[in-house]
Write a protein of this length. Sequence first.
Length: 655
Amino acid sequence: MNHKLIQKLWQAAAHSELVQTISSLRGDGGRLLALGDTSLRPLYRDEIAQLESQGNSSPDWSRVRVVDGFDYRRIHRSSFHGDVVLGRCTRQVKLAEGFELPAGIYQSTLVNCIIGPDVLIRDVKLLANYAVCENAVLFDCSAITCEGKTRFGNGAELPLGIESGGREVAVFAEIDVETAASVACSRACHAFQKEYRQAVGDYAAQVESSRGLIGPGAIVRATPKVRNTYVGAAAQIDGATLIADSTILSNAEEPVRIESGACVSRSLLQWGTRVATLGVVERSVLTEHSHVEQHGKVADSLLGPNSTVESGEVTASLVGPFVNMHHQALLIATLWPEGKGNVSYGVNAGSNHTSRAPDQEFRPGEGAFLGLGVSVKFPADFTQAPYLVVASATTLLPQKICFPFSLVNAPAVQYPDVSPAYNQIIPAWLLTDNLFALKRNESKFRARNRARRTTFAFEVLRPDMVDLMRDAYRRLAAVRQPKEIYTDRDIEGLGKSFLLEAHRVAAMVAYQYFVRYYGLLALKDEVAGAVNGSADESAAGLLVTPSSNPGWEHARRILSDDFRLRDVAGALCLLPPMLEEIARGVQQSKAKDDERGARIIDDYLEAHAPAAEHPFVRECWADARRLQREVHELLARLQAPCPGHESVHPSHIAV
């Protein structure tokens, strides 16, 4: 795996737009990038005279060169110092609805720059050591400069996971969550760590430059200072306060936007990212289509695709995809590459300081939902408890939890022999009581995905998740002498929480139910592949014949070994009623809101659509009906009509 990551890094460098662009920039200062192979000439004497009559100046006009077709009428009240190359301007530039200005250079100072065709530069007090590509707009800026040599933020080491260091990750413009997580979590692989640092160092050396770039169609407007920054094509920087020592990867289809008082320094921003409304990004990486807005602050961190930080603070953290942090909250020293979670208002996942050093860490795991006012004390590890829900105002002691889909809540009742600091845990709670939330996550993430370079597993029930459920079931079932209350002394993986016997039994039923459901869905797909290949007879032996397909073999062994299923048709007959029950469970979990709301607020039902009419509930029912039809069609192909079949299911799903 580590070898593949090094290869991926080399591949990224070999195909990197940034590496290729900077190589060209270093070769000729940006002439090819800005002007192509257009020939240059010195200014004519009458052109110099006309330029000076329009308020322009230069200590040495001989160092100013232009392309054929240069129009001196597009240059007013500007000064030129050092070696300056000017392209041809012919177009009008739209700055606002109904307001256009001619491309050209107005009231600006240029030092050692190359300016491409149809660029508008107006009211820029200092533009130094930059190549500006065609159709770019620089408007109302104090200073856009490249000073000394810069690597545009590449090669920096971020303290991901431990604020005081220990899991540093050297970053480069195209880095992804998988790479960062592997480096942060493979500290014992010293050879890999050394090779990775060398590879990133080589990458950073390739993008070192003493000249900056403004890409084609980029806009930099009303921004006081841009320094040592690579601004990619079509990027929009409007009303930012500072852009410094950074790389902005951008294109016309996925423009980066930095707006409305935002500040970006020593950072790497990938395609489609946005920093706005006083957002601050310092020494960080924003991967594709992630956002920082509304006073949000991200420092020394990497934010995964499609994730959003609004109002809150993220420091020294690796945050994976589809994480929402829409309110004031704190996330420090967190390794969360799995993402797909939520950080609510008032969350304090920042107890990384033991008074000795800020060196503790937190691993939330996939789909973690931290409710209002939750406090997480470090160290904590919930990676084996994916889709953990922590109820509002709950304080979590340092611990490890290993039960997927659980609810952790502050106890309503204190029990003898149980620490008052312990919470109550309900394993499999999302499966038994909140299927709406779980199923909606799959649909929501698919709909919200904008990333083009990262692939995601949107399905919650997949092999690694199912294996965690099976392990959780085995630990719950290992109890030989049932009792009213269990702690981590009785059942491994409960963390600093207690478990009631009724919830233990319900969790075992739910885990088994959904493990079997996963296997039956895989069987349905495998049978469909067999019968669609005109080999109906081969489908009969699917459950007893080992497969070279790892995904199906995993599901086959579960059905065969865990549930003793051998007959394909008989197993398929179990699926339609399960589909019915799960769709009903989704509706019922949403209907709880209707029932509670109507009891409390008189006109609740006037303002809220009932669960049965909710678009996602209706979508779930439609999917269930479609899958049921497909199962019955397969059974007909197998000439095995499905009799009425009772399925074992959690009591909450049954009607």
